[in-house]
Ligand binder design. Structure first.
Ligand code: IPM
Ligand code: MG
Length: 399
């Protein structure tokens, strides 16, 4: 192809992307109100089991959820609804990251509990579709990916506010091969997109009496988009004079998270999508690995709760899926409960998970047959939840 022709084609492609992004900006400007769960009956909780170990760990998390919400389910305040159509086989058959009927079904729910879904990548046996996670976050406008990491004995108590609908992700499947030799991807940051995530992070800090918010970018190199994110964060920070604000480049932040002297000082960390993806895996490792971390994807109208890890197909292939750790999905349930206003149930479940997974560890998962099964772990968690002395038992482990 002649060079001018290649460039013209790329320009056309780029123009379409810009149109779609400008439309998204207009939608964000129009805004919508936050859902009020106290007024909903029933609150519909959609359950997406996921791929690989997903159905195994989701099943155990749902058992615990049904246990703790038995009364609310019985009186019709909460309804759990299974959402089909999102396994990798189903997505491949439909040739869609998010088949239409599934999106409709998801939109009939208020909140979603989601197991890990296989993300196809170039060269594997699946069509190279966009990640279903990424499509769902975008289609439901779940702009905040909230990922807490706590390791009490190391003084770690972080909460990451990862931007979830922009950055390298929003056009991650819309890159362009200009010629055989030139590949281009796009990164997008908008004023509205940056502002809403930064504001949510500051509001969380304010509500919880936290005195510090840190932003992470690479604005020294990625000047335009990260520059906008940082500039927006600085502007919003001025509205919260009681909260200390600082900013870090992502490389040094990755280093500081392992610095035992400094890392305790970080509290709320707000960052663009890809940096959030990377640093939250690093952070979760201190807590016992990605298998222990839950993640909330929050939008004004919908919210989705998930594990931060993948579907671990190898565990299924090796016949070990029953031994997968369901703690991440249970942590996701805690966040779900808190989000819809069931704070007492959330607190109980969280205390039980701390006791079972961090303090007493009477049932230990190894991911293999020498450890417990996910079902045994769920039984242990439910038994702990039922303990009338749950709170004092939990408190006895706090220093
Ligand atoms: C996560 C995951 C996803 C992401 C993948 C599966 C697309 O790593 O939730 O962190 O990169 O966001
Ligand atoms: Mg990730």
């Amino acid at each position: 192809m002649f060079q001018t022709e290649a460039i013209e084609k790329a320009k056309e492609h780029f123009a379409k992307l810009l149109e779609a992004q400008l439309k998204r900006v207009e939608q964000m400007k129009a805004g919508e109100d936050w859902a009020d769960y106290s007024k909903l009956k029933p609150i519909v909780v959609g359950v997406v089991a996921g791929d690989g170990i997903g159905p195994y760990i989701t099943k155990e998390a749902v058992r615990v959820l049904e246990h703790i919400l038995a009364a609310e389910i019985a009186d019709g305040k909460i309804q759990l609804k299974s959402i089909p159509g999102l396994t990798i086989e189903e997505r491949a058959a439909a040739m869609k990251a998010l088949p239409e009927e599934t999106l409709v079904a998801l939109k009939e729910c208020h909140v979603i509990l989601k197991g890990p879904l296989t993300t196809p990548k170039k060269g594997d046996k699946w069509p190279n579709l966009e990640s279903a996670n990424v499509s769902m976050r975008r289609e439901l406008d779940l702009f905040a990916n909230v990922r807490p990491v706590k390791v009490p004995e190391k003084g770690i108590d972080w909460i990451f506010y990862r931007e979830n609908t922009e950055g390298e992700y929003v056009l991650g499947s819309k890159g362009f091969n200009v010629t055989e030799d030139l590949a281009v991807d796009f990164k997008v940051i908008t004023t509205q997109g940056a502002e809403r995530i930064v504001r949510l992070a500051f509001e969380y800090a304010k509500k919880n009496g936290i005195k510090r918010v840190s932003a992470v970018t690479k604005a020294n190199v990625i000047k335009t988009t990260d520059g906008k994110f940082l500039e927006t964060a600085k502007r919003v920070a001025k509205e919260y004079p009681d909260i200390q604000f600082d900013d870090w480049f992502v490389d040094i932040m990755a280093a500081k998270l392992v610095d035992e002297k400094r890392r305790k000082d970080f509290k709320v960390i707000v960052l663009p999508n890809l940096y959030g993806d990377i640093l939250t895996d690093e952070a979760a490792e201190f807590q016992g690995g990605v298998g222990t971390a839950g993640s909330a994807n929050i939008g004004k109208r919908y919210a989705m709760f998930e594990a931060i890890h993948g579907s671990a197909p190898r565990m299924v292939d090796e016949g070990r899926a029953g031994y997968a750790d369901p703690a991440s999905m249970m942590r996701a349930c805690v966040m779900l409960l808190r989000h819809i206003g069931f704070v007492d149930q959330a607190a109980k479940m969280e205390m039980a998970l701390d006791i079972c997974g961090q303090f007493e560890k009477k049932v230990v998962l190894t991911g293999r047959a020498d450890g417990a099964t996910g079902a045994q772990y769920a039984d242990y968690v439910m038994e702990t939840i039922r303990d009338p002395n749950l709170e004092s038992r939990w408190k006895s482990y706090q220093s």
